[in-house]
Design a binder for this molecule. Structure first.
Ligand SMILES: [Zn+2]
Length: 350
């Protein structure tokens, strides 16, 4: 292939909220979209793909531990960008740097580095991640220094554990120092909230995100309405049940349903690499989001990295079928484009 322009034509496309287009085309130049619209209006391109299927933006998984899986399989499964939510910094920041290179066979990786926690707190007491995945912050001064250090190393966001079921948690003063310092540096703060009252603590501290849909207790409507105004929730529903019926999934679905009804922003995330989750777009996670009351378009909005429009990253999927008609269409990918490069193609390539 050339590193010039590439046009993808499809009989039907969804570019983003409210933008379903028949006889559509997307033209990319290098790693960027330069046109997304009606095929008749598309500029010429050096290379053309006629997609016999449905075209849409590629997926982002906003909660992974990519060091535990094969990035190539994640990309082949339609996920072109991931956010790593906790890993040993020496490994993850260099992997994130490598993911920027055209030669990297995997999704673009944005990483938090280690999970900030209290001495002996989560994830120290659990054994799922390598040493270095937790970073003790003893007091507000240590919190300020640690957040600055992580930002310097390339952290794209900050992850904090508020998990009273697996050890002690940081003090409110330390939590405040983390959120304030991260805010000054322009870094979102994502919290693992587990145990009674911890999601409320995260809300009170003004964090940007809950890294999981709260599952330990049913939150009051008023709490979810307040959350809907100030933070996002990363879904990670399937890790509560793996296809079974559990009290945890019932509580999580109940919370997410009311959060979304209140206008809260839901993001697709699976906890890939920690939970026993298959790499690539995980259809059961999407089905659970539907069960939480999200419409098909809402699920797609939560799933995609970015709408397809001029200036957007050239990350595009081809599906064999239209997901608005057959929701499990994500199980049959016929094209994956990341940064303008073809990762998967079963369509004809002229
Ligand atoms: Zn996780």
């Amino acid at each position: 292939m050339t590193d010039g322009t590439l046009a993808v034509y499809a009989p039907l496309a969804w570019f983003g909220s409210g933008r379903m287009v028949r006889d559509a085309a997307v033209v990319v130049s290098g790693d960027e979209v330069v046109f997304a619209g009606a095929a008749g209006a598309a500029p010429g391109a050096e290379q053309v793909i006629e997609l016999d299927g449905f075209l849409m933006p590629a997926a982002a998984d906003r909660h992974v531990h990519i060091g535990a899986v094969d990035p190539a399989v994640v990309l082949a499964g339609g996920v072109t960008a991931v956010r790593d939510m906790g890993w040993t910094p020496d490994e993850i920041f260099s992997l994130a740097d490598a993911s920027e290179m055209p030669t990297f066979n995997g999704p673009l990786i944005r990483a938090a580095g280690p999970i900030l926690t209290e001495k002996g707190g989560y994830p120290f007491a659990t054994r799922w991640a390598p040493e270095g995945t937790g970073r003790e912050v003893a007091d507000p001064e240590a919190a300020v220094a640690t957040v600055h250090q992580l930002a310097h190393k390339g952290a794209a966001h900050i992850k904090v554990a508020l998990n009273t079921e697996d050890g002690p948690t940081v003090s409110d003063a330390t939590l405040a120092a983390i959120t304030q310092t991260a805010g000054e540096l322009g870094l979102p703060v994502a919290v693992h909230a587990q145990g009674p009252g911890q999601a409320e603590r995260a809300l009170g501290a003004g964090v940007s995100e809950l890294a999981h849909t709260p599952w330990t207790d049913r939150l009051p409507d008023s709490t979810l309405e307040a959350m809907a105004k100030t933070l996002r929730i990363v879904s990670t529903l399937d890790i509560q049940s793996y296809g079974r019926d559990t009290p945890e999934i019932r509580t999580a679905l109940d919370n997410l349903r009311r959060f979304a009804q209140a206008g809260g922003r839901v993001l697709y995330g699976t906890d890939l690499g920690h939970g026993d989750i298959p790499p690539g777009i995980h259809v059961r996670e999407l089905l659970l989001m539907r069960e939480a009351g999200l419409g098909v378009e809402q699920v797609l909005e939560a799933l995609i990295r970015s709408p397809l429009e001029e200036g957007a990253p050239a990350d595009i999927l081809g599906l064999a079928e239209n997901p608005f008609e057959r929701f499990d269409a994500f199980g049959e990918l016929i094209m994956v484009l990341r940064a303008g490069r073809i990762a998967v193609a079963t369509a004809s390539d002229e």
